[in-house]
Design a protein. Structure first.
Length: 570
C-alpha cells in the first residue's frame, strides 16, 4: 500500500510539472509539431529479458522487451520488442518505450550479456633457432583458464621441447565452456647457426690511431663470440694498430664456422708540432698558459686540444690558458682527418710576491641546460658545462623527491616521483666546491627549473571498458549525428553538432533524461546546444546537465526522424 501511495504521488507531481511546462507561452512559441498533451504520462520502462546472458564469442542471444504499449527503441538503434545480438565483448543493453504522442519512458534496467571467450594465448621463447635436439623453453601467457597445446604431449604454461627439425607450436585457452582462438604460431627453427657478418658500425673504412671503433655482428640468432674472447653483437675496440677481427655464432651445443676476417686499417698519427714543451707562469699569476707551447707553430687549419691524459678519448681541459703545475698533453686535428699523437707539455709554476690566486685570475663558471625531457616517463636529462678554474667534485641538488643518477658528472639523469608530477616545476642546482677555502674565491653555481607536469587529455574523458552498446546506423552516412559530446569549454566538441544536413532543411531536437523527462527542446536547432537544460525545472546553475546517457529525437523537415541514445561526458 505504501509503495502504491508513493508511485501515485510521483505520478501527480509529474502531471503537475507536465501541465506547468506545456502551458507556458515559451514552450508553445517553439512550434513543436507534436507537443505532448497535458494529460500525457511517461510510460513505464520496458522490462528486458534474454535467452542467454552468458555467451561464447560468435554466439547469439535473443533479447525481449515487455511491458511497453508503444514502440521499443533499443540502445543499438533497433526498434521492436525483440532483437538478436552477437557481441564480441561483454555488453550492456537498454531500451526506452516511446508512445505515439511523443512521451518517452525512463531507461530500462540494463541487461548484461557476458562474453566469456578468452583471448588467444601469447607464445614466446628466447631461442627461436636451435641445433637439432637442443632443449628450448616455450612460455604461454595471457591465459587464466585451461591451456591446451596442439601437441597434446605438452602441458602447462611453460614447456621444454627438443625439436629434431623445424617445428611450429600453438596453444588455445579455455574458460568454462568457451575456447578462444589459437595463438599465433611460434616456429622454432632447427639449423646450424649462420656465420656472423661483421661490419664497422659507423661505416668507417680507415680509423685514426688511438680512436675507438664499434664493430657489429649480424645474421646470428644465438650468441656472438669474438676472436679476443668477448661476447655480444656489438664490440668497441681501441685502434692503436691495424685490426683483424673474427667472430663465430653459438647456439646451444653447436657453433658456426668462423666469419670472414674484418680488417680495419689504422692510420698512424704524427706528433703534434709545437714550439716548446715547457711553459711557465708570469708573476703575479700562479698559473701557466698551455697555448704558449704552440707559439710560432700555430696553424689556423688545425684545432688544438689539451688534456691531462695521453688518451685522445679523455676529457678536454676546461681552461688550458690557466693551468696549475703538472704534465699536460697537446694534440692537433684538421677538420677532416686524424688527430696527431699527443705531445707532453710540462707546466712549471714559480712562487711570486703578492701572487694572485689562480681562482681569481680564472674564476670557475658553470652553465646548465635541458638535454632531453620525457614527461610521460618522468625522465629528465641535463647537460652542464664548466669553464675557468677546474674544481671538483661536482654537487647536484634538486627540489624534487625523485631519483638522480650520475650526480657527480656533467650529464645527470633524473627520474621524477609521483609527487613531482603533481607539483610540476622542479629546480636543479649545480655547484662546484670553494676553490680556496677561506680565501676570496667562491665556487660556481648554475640553476635550471623544469616543469614535470604530464600532459593531460584535452577533453579529460577517460575511456570506459563497459558502456552502453551504441552502433552507428546506415543513414549516418547522409546525416551525421554524434554519439555524444564534451561541453567543458576546452574548444573541442563543446556543442552537439549535427552535420551534413541538406541545405534548406531545418532540424528539430528533443532530448530526454533517463527518467523520460524532456530536458531540452528546440524546433529550429542551429548546432548550439552546450548541454544546458531549457526544459523542466531550471535553476541558476550554469554547470549544465550531469554527465551520463540521454535519449534524443531528431526530426528533419524532409520527414526523416532519428531516435537514439547519446552521452554527455566532460
Amino acid at each position: 500500500m505504501k509503495r502504491l501511495i508513493k508511485r501515485s504521488t510521483h505520478w501527480l507531481i509529474g502531471l503537475v510539472i507536465g501541465i506547468a511546462l506545456y502551458a507556458t507561452p515559451e514552450v508553445a512559441a517553439m512550434g513543436l509539431t507534436k507537443p505532448v498533451s497535458v494529460t500525457c504520462l511517461p510510460p513505464s520502462p520496458p522490462l528486458i529479458s534474454g535467452s542467454r546472458p552468458l555467451l561464447c564469442r560468435g554466439q547469439q542471444t535473443d533479447l525481449t522487451a515487455s511491458g511497453c504499449t508503444g514502440e521499443v527503441i533499443w540502445s543499438t538503434g533497433e526498434r521492436g520488442t525483440g532483437i538478436r545480438v552477437s557481441p564480441h565483448q561483454t555488453t550492456r543493453y537498454t531500451a526506452v518505450c516511446r508512445l505515439a504522442d511523443g512521451c518517452v519512458s525512463c531507461f530500462a534496467n540494463a541487461f548484461t550479456v557476458t562474453v566469456g571467450t578468452p583471448d588467444a594465448p601469447i607464445l614466446h621463447t628466447d631461442m627461436p633457432a636451435v641445433c637439432a635436439g637442443d632443449g628450448v623453453t616455450i612460455s604461454a601467457s595471457h591465459c587464466d583458464g585451461t591451456l591446451t597445446w596442439t601437441d597434446l604431449t605438452l602441458t602447462g604454461p611453460s614447456v621444454v621441447v627438443h625439436p629434431a627439425q623445424t617445428t611450429t607450436y600453438q596453444a588455445t585457452c579455455q574458460q568454462g565452456t568457451c575456447t578462444g582462438a589459437a595463438s599465433t604460431p611460434l616456429t622454432i627453427m632447427v639449423a646450424p647457426p649462420a656465420k656472423p657478418l661483421l661490419r664497422v658500425a659507423n661505416g668507417q673504412s680507415v680509423v685514426c690511431a688511438g680512436q675507438s671503433i664499434t664493430v657489429e655482428a649480424e645474421a646470428c640468432l644465438g650468441q656472438v663470440r669474438w676472436s679476443d674472447g668477448g661476447t655480444g653483437t656489438r664490440r668497441t675496440f681501441v685502434a692503436n694498430q691495424s685490426l683483424r677481427i673474427r667472430a663465430v655464432c653459438r647456439m646451444g651445443s653447436c657453433q658456426s664456422d668462423s666469419s670472414l676476417v674484418l680488417t680495419v686499417p689504422v692510420q698512424p698519427g704524427r706528433p703534434a708540432l709545437l714550439a716548446q714543451t715547457t711553459v711557465r707562469n708570469a708573476c703575479p699569476f700562479q698559473t701557466a698558459d698551455l697555448t704558449q707551447a704552440i707559439g710560432a707553430s700555430f696553424d689556423k687549419a688545425l684545432t688544438y686540444e689539451f688534456r691531462t691524459s695521453a688518451d685522445i678519448n679523455s676529457p678536454l681541459l676546461n681552461a688550458p690558458g690557466a693551468v696549475l703545475a703538472g704534465t699536460y698533453y697537446v694534440s692537433s686535428k684538421p677538420d677532416n682527418g686524424c688527430s696527431s699523437l699527443p705531445v707532453a707539455v710540462s707546466a712549471l709554476i714559480t712562487a711570486c710576491t703578492n701572487a694572485i690566486s689562480p681562482c681569481l685570475s680564472n674564476p670557475p663558471m658553470a652553465t646548465l641546460r635541458l638535454d632531453t625531457l620525457d614527461t610521460q616517463r618522468g625522465l629528465v636529462c641535463l647537460q652542464a658545462k664548466l669553464r675557468g678554474f677546474d674544481s671538483s667534485p661536482l654537487s647536484w641538488t634538486c627540489t624534487g623527491s625523485g631519483l638522480m643518477t650520475n650526480s657527480e658528472g656533467l650529464r645527470p639523469r633524473y627520474v621524477a616521483s609521483e609527487a613531482d608530477r603533481k607539483a610540476g616545476p622542479v629546480t636543479f642546482v649545480l655547484t662546484t666546491p670553494d676553490p680556496d677555502g677561506t680565501g676570496p674565491c667562491t665556487g660556481a653555481t648554475a640553476k635550471l627549473t623544469v616543469d614535470l607536469t604530464a600532459p593531460r587529455s584535452q577533453t579529460g574523458v577517460l575511456p570506459k571498458s563497459d558502456t552502453l552498446h551504441v552502433i552507428s546506423q546506415p543513414e549516418a552516412s547522409i546525416v551525421f549525428i554524434p554519439e555524444g559530446f564534451s561541453p567543458n569549454d576546452d574548444g573541442i566538441n563543446d556543442r552537439f553538432v549535427i552535420r551534413d544536413v541538406p541545405n534548406g532543411l531545418t532540424v528539430q531536437l528533443e532530448v530526454f533524461n533517463r527518467w523520460g523527462h524532456r530536458v531540452y527542446a528546440n524546433a529550429d536547432y542551429k548546432n548550439d546546444w552546450d548541454g544546458t537544460a531549457n526544459q523542466g525545472i531550471r535553476t541558476n546553475d550554469s554547470a549544465g546537465l550531469p554527465d551520463g546517457t540521454y535519449f534524443y529525437v531528431v526530426k528533419i523537415s524532409d520527414g526523416r526522424e532519428f531516435v537514439r541514445f547519446m552521452t554527455i561526458a566532460r
